[in-house]
Design a protein around this ligand. Sequence first.
Ligand code: GNR
Ligand code: NI
Length: 173
Amino acid sequence: MTVLPILIAPDPKLKAKAKKVDAVDDETLKLMNDMVETMHSANGIGLAAPQVGVSKRIIVVDILPKDERGRPIRMANPEIIWASEEDELREEGCLSLPDQYADVLRPKNVRVRYVDHENEIREIDAEGMLSVCVQHEIDHLEGTLFVDYLSTLRRKMIIRKLQKIQKLAEANA
Ligand code: GNR
Ligand code: NI
């Protein structure tokens, strides 16, 4: 497995709509496994393919703490097929928006249909952190970041800050 570099906003690749996967073949499975390794090495609880520069509808999720890891969920073409009426506000972060956090309102529970790492169609009911994480990852496949739910002013301030940090890093490289 390989740890892949994670793109930081603003990057046009994070704003693109990702393309459906035809089938989970060996190449897709390798990408899924590399994404799991990348997510774990970055201490993330989820990762979407666009974050590693691949515009495909693939996400991985592992909400368990470090010592309980080992059952990450690998999903191709995930779709929310049901969402609760009830919403819930939770603080979110994103590996593509380092050190930025904000409360986001989303449906409390969702039912997700996806193709698993063995190319089988599956469904899961998600609640709590799993629900937030899966919705956050599916947003990435649409080119949506959690800052897109904030006010324009707050979003622009965050993106400008990250842009400055990256320009400084480039100048010192
Ligand atoms: O690691 C992550 N933590 C997190 C916390 C609250 C809500 C969503 C997330 S997902 C994030 C990893 C990431 O950026 N996935 O796209
Ligand atoms: Ni994210």
